[in-house]
Structure formats: structure tokens, C-alpha cells
Design a protein around this ligand. Structure first.
Ligand code: F6P
Length: 536
């Protein structure tokens, strides 16, 4: 019997099992089904994973050779086989030592770029680097996907450490995005950072040109207030950005894994190179843990195995990421790209269709806001949605500690409510207490039943520091890696985004009223309607 079959058969025996029963039969479950490392705890006791399931999941990971693949990644082997590239974002956060790619140690260049970035960030922060109108007050990062989501998420997350210029992020090709951002800024004290691994992405290049035109209206040498983050030095030069302000990286850094290097420049300018280095150190500590801890005590491995259990074994198609931390507001969006662009694939490394589900839909919002929006469905809807709660024990506002206790109470209460639920008998008692009787009591009681037995996990950290944020992001990166290895897919390419990009270029002429053969009647009709509504 394959590991997958064993897991599914075991799951089939659990139709009557409640998570609460597992706590009754195992007095140590609360601690035995939690992994603690590096000052954080990942609690997965409120799931239906029992001893047998855990053993089977670990056997699945061992059988998929997660340990060998992990070493292959860290050592610079070309594990991104469909693009013939190494996968070395981990080299951007462990700046010591050497890593060989194609017979060359890549670390001297990584270190040199890191030093250049740090020096530039310091110059911007201290006013040594100036705009035409004086010290830089605002930076605008123009990028999309991996060239936007990571730094945008992290700048918000580390707001208590933000003492540099204000940071703005423009990603959407919708002119509203860049218009509304630039409208608030003074071009003479603004630094524009064009972040694009390829320097060809249409949204980014369109926004970059608009920003340059905007700046050129008042700034004599607009190019001097631009920096670029890219793998393509020829294209950045052609755009008119001096090499001194171009920070390059290699193709072995995937876009959605790139915030540790040059793509993190906006974050570095915002919080300072020292805090940025703490962020890198947090990630590097998670790398060490991932490489050395036994699977059962390994945070990324266990987070991945819980994910596999819920998605591929139990068949729950989505998972909600619910940070009880307002500053982690953009983490779900960041994780959507990280997880769904990495593992949303139907073909395995061997070129065959997957025989299990590809990665889940990832979504979420911070608590407590989500509680007043979509938690209704999570508690009483017909679909089971595994929830991943994230909570810091301490906030950054000591004089508002009572807010934080309420926040934490809500987080813990949600996972308890999801697991425990409320029985029909309990609901009937509530209705009796309200004076209801007979059929009406019964009818009203049924609306107040919570089936419970809904799984959740909790990631508990001490405080959302730069170090902790680095740990969290690296934790999720490695989770994606482990899940990808178990599914037998390449987590590091993204061919699925190409078709839409190609077709957008072919649809553009339709909207300009030009001849564009080969489109389906619906698309042609919609394009005509757009033109009609625009009065063309
Ligand atoms: O559309 C997909 C994608 O290639 C992402 O993987 C990437 O993060 C994003 O576009 C931006 O790419 P670039 O950094 O090359 O502009």
C-alpha cells in the first residue's frame, strides 16, 4: 500500500472521531502535538492528526526524500529543472561561507551587493544621497508579484522599526495606482526604485515610465532619482539608471523568494540596514533549524505535513491564514503568491499529471476583522476550512496592553470554538433560557448549533520583531518546499502565468480598434463593448 493510500485509509477510519476525543485519550496532546523552536511554537493539537497519522505523514516525507532534496537546494544543485536553475534564496541571508554554482563561488558577489545596498540605504536615510529638492522624504517601489508583495508586506509588518523615508508601493498597471501614489508626493524629494527581476514585466515598465515622465516635469535629471533592482544590467542601463544605483542578483533567486536581497531595498531604507540584517538573521536561523531538526521537531516540515494532511488527505481545498496582528495585514497576500505560484501545478517533475491534488487555495485577513466578515462560514458553512492562526504574545504598544489581551483572547477563543462547537442540546438550553418552547425552540436552536470539530493550528511568537518576521517568512518558504517535494512538483517555476501575459499583448490591439484576428467571439464582443462605452 502506498503512503498516500495508508493515509487516506486511516483518515477514513476517523469519520466519528472528534478532535476533543483526542485530548481525552492523550493527556499530553497539547504539548505533544506542538513544535517549539527559536522562540516560536507551532501548535497543531487542534487537528485530527493522531500518532498514527503523524507517523504516516513523516514516512511520506521520508519516502519523498525531503532530506536529500533539502540538501540539494542548500548546496546549489539545479533543482529548478524546468528552468535549469539553482534555488538559492537561502544564500542571500547567510552571508558567510561559500556556495558553488556552475563551479563558481557565488557568495563574494552576494556579499558585495549586500554591502552596496547597505551603504546606499544609509546614504538615503542620512541625507547624503539627496534629490533635487533635498533629503529624500519618500521612496516609491515600483514592482509586481515577488518584486512588490514581500517588501510591501514587511514594511507594514515592521512599522514600529520604520524610521527612514516614507515607503510607497505601486504594482498595478491600473493608472489609478500610480496616479494616487504620486499625487501625494514631491518629485524633488522622491526616490523611485524600479524592482523587476527581468526588467521586462509590462506593468512595472509602464509604471516606471510614467514615474519618470512625472519626475521629468520638475526634476532636471530624473534618472538620478531612480534606482533599479534587477538581474538585467543592460535593460536597467537602457532605461537610464546609473550602474551605481543598480543592485543586481542572479537567476537562482526566484521572484517570490527575492526579498532577502536587492528586492528588499525599500524595506532596508525604511527600517535601516541593522534591522534588515536582523530580518536576514531570523530567516537564516530558520534555515539552520530546517536543515538540522528531526522531522517531528522541525517547524517547516510539520507545518507542511499538516498542510498535506488537510489538503491532499482530508480533501479540504482551501486554507485560511489568520494573523491576529494588524501589521501582518499583507501576509495572506504574500503567502498567496508564495504558496499558489509555487505549488499550484498539475504536472509532476516527471512530466506526468499529478495523482493527488495540487496545493490549496490560500486566503485570509487579520483577526479580529475577519471575525466580523467571513468567520460565519468557517464556523457554520458546509465546507471545512483549516485555519492557521498567527499570534504574538506581546504587542509593541505597552500602554495599550489591554488591547493586546483582547486580541489574544479572541484568537484563542476562535480556535477553541472551531474545535468544540456547540451541540443541539446546548443550543436548546440557550433557547429555553430565553423563554422559547416547542417547535419554535427547536427551530431557533438549530440555527445556533456549531458542529465544531473544525481543525486549526496556531503559530505563537513572542513579538513581531525583524528577527521573528524573518523566521516566519523562511518557515513558510520551507513549508512550500517540503509540500512541493512531497507532491513531486517543481515549486520554483511559474509557467502558468505566461499564457495570460501573452494573450494580453494580443488583446491590446482589439481595444485600440486595430485588426487582431484569432480571438473568440466573447472576447471580441467584450472588447467592442469597452470601446462603445468609452465612446469610441
Ligand atoms: O507574473 C509572474 C511573475 O513572473 C512573478 O513570478 C514575479 O514575481 C513577477 O511576475 C514579477 O516579475 P519581475 O520581477 O521580473 O518583474
Amino acid at each position: 500500500m502506498s503512503d498516500w493510500t495508508k493515509l487516506k485509509s486511516h483518515r477514513a477510519t476517523q469519520s466519528e472521531t472528534r478532535i476533543t476525543d483526542l485530548f481525552l485519550t492523550d493527556a499530553d496532546r497539547a504539548t505533544g502535538y506542538a513544535v517549539a523552536a527559536g522562540g516560536m511554537v507551532f501548535d497543531y493539537s487542534k487537528t485530527l492528526i493522531d500518532r498514527a497519522a503523524r507517523q504516516m505523514l513523516i514516512a511520506l516525507a521520508e519516502g519523498a526524500q525531503v532530506a536529500d532534496r533539502r540538501e540539494a537546494m542548500f548546496s546549489g544543485a539545479k533543482i529548478n529543472e524546468t528552468e535549469d536553475r539553482a534555488v538559492l534564496h537561502t544564500a542571500l541571508r547567510n552571508l558567510s561561507g561559500s556556495v558553488m554554482v556552475d563551479g563558481k563561488d557565488v557568495m563574494p558577489e552576494v556579499r558585495a551587493t549586500h554591502e552596496r545596498m547597505s551603504a546606499f540605504a544609509r546614504d538615503v536615510r542620512t541625507g547624503i544621497f539627496r534629490g533635487q529638492g533635498g533629503a529624500i522624504t519618500d521612496i516609491v517601489n515600483i514592482g509586481i508579484g515577488g518584486s512588490d508583495l514581500g517588501p510591501a508586506m514587511a514594511v507594514l509588518a515592521l512599522a514600529p522599526y520604520h524610521d527612514g523615508p516614507r515607503a510607497h508601493f505601486v504594482s498595478n498597471v491600473d493608472g489609478a495606482d500610480i496616479h494616487d501614489t504620486l499625487a501625494r508626493l514631491n518629485p524633488e524629494t522622491t526616490l523611485v526604485i524600479v524592482a523587476s527581476k527581468t526588467f521586462t514585466t509590462i506593468e512595472t515598465m509602464t509604471n516606471a515610465k510614467t514615474a519618470k515622465d512625472w519626475m521629468a516635469k520638475t526634476v532636471r535629471d530624473p534618472g538620478a532619482q531612480f534606482a533599479a533592482l534587477s538581474t538585467d544590467a543592460n535593460r536597467t542601463a537602457a532605461f537610464g539608471i546609473d550602474g551605481a544605483r543598480v543592485f543586481g542578483f542572479a537567476d537562482w533567486v526566484g521572484g517570490r523568494y527575492s526579498m532577502w536581497g536587492p528586492i528588499g531595498l525599500s524595506l532596508m531604507i525604511a527600517v535601516g540596514p541593522e534591522h534588515f540584517d536582523q530580518f536576514l538573521a531570523g530567516a537564516a536561523s530558520m534555515d539552520d533549524h530546517f536543515r538540522s531538526a528531526p522531522f517531528e521537531q522541525n517547524l517547516p516540515v510539520m507545518l507542511a505535513l499538516v498542510g498535506i494532511w488537510h489538503n491532499q488527505v482530508c480533501g479540504y481545498p482551501t486554507r485560511a491564514v489568520l494573523p491576529y496582528d494588524n501589521r501582518l495585514m499583507r501576509l495572506p497576500a504574500y503567502l498567496q503568491q508564495l504558496e499558489m505560484e509555487s505549488n499550484g501545478k498539475g504536472v509532476g517533475m516527471d512530466g506526468n499529471d499529478l495523482t493527488v491534488a495540487s496545493g490549496p487555495v490560500v486566503w485570509g485577513e487579520p483577526g479580529t476583522n475577519g471575525q466580523h466578515a467571513f468567520y460565519q462560514l468557517i464556523h457554520q458553512g458546509t465546507a471545512v476550512i483549516p485555519c492557521e492562526f498567527i499570534l504574538a504574545a506581546r504587542g509593541h504598544e505597552p500602554d495599550l496592553a489591554h488591547h493586546h489581551i483582547l486580541l489574544a483572547a479572541n484568537c484563542l477563543a476562535q480556535s477553541e470554538a472551531l474545535m468544540r462547537g456547540r451541540s443541539l442540546d446546548e443550543a436548546r438550553k440557550l433557547m429555553e433560557a430565553k423563554g422559547l418552547q416547542g417547535a419554535e425552540l427547536e427551530r431557533q436552536a438549530r440555527h445556533r448549533v456549531f458542529k465544531g470539530n473544525r481543525p486549526s493550528t496556531t503559530l505563537l511568537i513572542e513579538e513581531l520583531t525583524p528577527h521573528a518576521l524573518g523566521q516566519i517568512v523562511a518557515l513558510y518558504e520551507h513549508r512550500v518546499f517540503v509540500e512541493g517535494v512531497i507532491l513531486g512538483i517543481n515549486s520554483f517555476d511559474q509557467w502558468g502565468v505566461e499564457l495570460g501575459k501573452e494573450l494580453a499583448l494580443k488583446v491590446e490591439p482589439l481595444l485600440k480598434g486595430e485588426d487582431a484576428p484569432g480571438h473568440d467571439p466573447s472576447t471580441v464582443h467584450l472588447a467592442e463593448l469597452v470601446r462603445e462605452m468609452r465612446g469610441e
